[in-house]
Ligand binder design. Structure first.
Ligand SMILES: Cc1cc2nc3c(=O)[nH]c(=O)nc-3n(C[C@H](O)[C@H](O)[C@H](O)COP(=O)(O)OP(=O)(O)OC[C@H]3O[C@@H](n4cnc5c(N)ncnc54)[C@H](O)[C@@H]3O)c2cc1C
Length: 535
């Protein structure tokens, strides 16, 4: 049951008609403070309305993906109960709720790509499919009793730091909230990126982004243009190829692709994980360590050159035609863009109903796409596998700090934060994920967890010392960012000869963490008061 402010009067009348425990339960369900008193007069109704439209909470979390859910669970475990999660959708799950395209799955093994404090012995595959990951997140929310904290359908439109009150004013599509602390877990892959082509608006067929898959559209026997060859496209292209009449794949840059070593877990294995959690823990540690060894190659391009033949061999085995193979061979060092894993993408491209186009798009017409090769290809649908707004942090435009400027304005195209999490001029704001907290070789959830622990150490410090507001000292933040940038130099991401979505508009890699991931965890595990201004 949800309250609309216009219904407040009727709601009060209704509440007046129910008694005792039932009323208390209703009040809690509605999400108002349980201290709500029995009200009848119009004046009190007005006060009630004000209190409903301006709710107070200690901690506000924006988003209910891995970041938001992980933060909420850890807050509860540490005894912080006064928090709300604002979620614009009607379900928890983040990218795993939104990306329902055929073939969607994680590309880091599930036993690592999950919350360490909520192990799941029941993963069915090494790389579990989207539905299973989404179920896992929903189960986390249910099991840890997070749902009463979630305000669904609350799109956060703006968050403004109120200097005099030392609190965040959070404007949502369903009212205003005040919070002492703001954890932004709005995601780096939550805003689809759409390309601009001449005539795109005139197209009369179906158009959608991979993360907003239109399941009403009959894909069978239709002619499809797929734009983009990134991590999502290489999953859905082989899934739809056998069904479509024609698939035109528009590729700007070929990705490096290696084999995907997926396998189902036998019942016996799952039983073993359930009975002896340490076995699952060892498995997680093994996957983590292997990936960290791989991480070395990203920091030392000469080592990456030694690994590159693996991908070349995979390409040669999958694609016999030398002309097609040439089009699929990257001209930059492996790892510079995200390395993709697939066994069926390259073989799908060799099928007679697939055409790979590498000259780009000249224009889109009502029922066709015209390539720069001058060929007009009739299509029923255009599917964008064009990725997300990552390095520009779309949510940053909605957060206004101490000086009234937004994060986007302060960052001016290049996001920077202390410990990848806190920003000078933005008190009591924690960004998970934040700048330079992504990984090219391992699980993002590992980094989110490290950041969550950082938030908790800060919170505990504030509680113990009666601190109302903290924000990083500019010089501490600058020194931190300078160290990150220094470590980034010479990595495959900056010297591999490609332009990737890791780079921001200034050309800086503000997306990835450049050294072993355990170093990030160690660095942010402690809260160093000297790096902060406190009030
Ligand atoms: C298809 C796909 C596959 C991926 N696979 C992997 C993988 O295998 N390994 C890996 O490490 N990473 C992977 N990633 C990256 C992935 O983004 C992260 O691993 C992780 O899921 C991010 O979680 P999050 O909580 O930070 O963000 P999200 O999952 O994006 O959650 C953010 C939430 O915030 C909500 N929100 C956003 N803005 C607002 C607003 N203004 N008001 C209210 N709510 C808002 C959104 O609705 C969403 O629910 C993948 C990403 C995608 C898209």
């Amino acid at each position: 049951m949800r309250a609309s402010f216009f219904d407040a009067r009727r709601l009060i009348e209704y509440l007046s008609s129910v008694q005792g425990e039932q009323r208390q339960k209703l009040v809690e369900e509605l999400g108002f403070h349980a201290t709500l008193i029995f009200v009848q007069s119009d004046l009190v109704a007005l006060l009630f309305l004000v209190s409903v439209t301006m709710q107070n909470v200690q901690i506000a979390i924006i988003g209910s993906g891995f970041g938001g859910i992980g933060a909420a669970i850890r807050l509860k475990q540490e005894g912080f109960e006064d928090f709300m999660i604002f979620e614009r959708a009607d379900e928890v799950g983040g990218v795993w709720r939104d990306n329902t395209y055929p073939g969607c799955a994680c590309d880091v093994q599930s036993h690592l790509y999950s919350l360490s404090f909520v192990p799941n012995p029941d993963w069915t595959h090494s790389f579990s499919p989207q539905a299973e990951i989404w179920d896992y997140l929903r189960k986390c929310a249910r099991d840890y009793k997070l749902l009463p904290h979630v305000r669904f359908g609350h799109m956060v439109t703006e968050a403004v730091w109120e200097n005099d009150q030392q609190r965040w004013r959070i404007e949502t599509s369903k009212g205003t909230f005040m919070a002492s602390l703001l954890i932004s877990a709005a995601g780096s892959f939550s805003e689809p990126k759409l390309p601009q082509f001449r005539g795109l608006e005139t197209f009369k067929g179906k158009m959608f982004h991979s993360s907003r898959w239109d399941h009403q559209f009959e894909i069978k026997r239709s002619r499809i243009a797929v734009i983009g060859t990134g991590a999502s496209a290489i999953q859905f292209v082989p899934a739809i190829q056998p069904q479509v009449e024609k698939l035109y794949l528009f590729q700007r840059t070929p990705p490096w692709i290696v084999r995907r070593h997926d396998r189902p877990f036998a019942q016996l294995e799952r039983k073993l994980f359930r009975r002896f959690p340490v076995v699952q823990l060892l498995m997680r540690a093994g996957i983590y360590s292997f990936r960290e060894v791989l991480g070395f190659a990203f920091r030392h391009p000469w080592a990456m050159k030694l690994l590159q033949p693996l991908a070349r061999r995979h390409l040669k085995r999958s694609v016999a035609d030398p002309v097609l193979r040439a089009k699929l061979t990257p001209n930059y060092l492996m790892g510079c863009k995200r390395i993709l894993i697939s066994n069926d993408y390259l073989p799908a491209l060799t099928q007679p109903n697939v055409e790979l186009i590498t000259d780009g798009i000249a224009e889109v017409r009502q029922h066709s796409v015209v390539g720069n090769d001058g060929v007009e290809r009739a299509v029923d649908a255009i599917i964008f596998g064009t990725g997300f707004h990552v390095s520009d942090f779309p949510f940053a435009g909605r957060v206004r700090g101490r000086a009234g400027r937004t994060l986007s304005e302060v960052w001016a195209g290049s996001p920077k934060a202390l410990a990848g999490t806190t920003v000078a001029g933005f008190p009591n704001l924690f960004l998970i994920p934040g700048p330079n907290t992504g990984l090219g070789h391992s699980s993002v959830v590992y980094m989110l967890e490290a950041q969550i622990e950082h938030v908790l150490t800060a919170l505990v410090y504030m509680r113990r010392n009666g601190v109302a507001a903290i924000e990083p000292r500019s010089e501490a933040q600058e020194a931190y960012v300078a160290r990150v940038d220094k470590s980034m130099r010479g990595t495959v991401w900056t010297s591999g000869g490609c332009l990737s979505w890791y780079l921001d508009t200034t050309g800086r890699n503000s997306t990835l963490w450049p050294t072993p991931s355990w170093r990030f965890r160690r660095r942010v595990a402690r809260f160093a008061p000297r790096e902060y201004v406190m009030e």
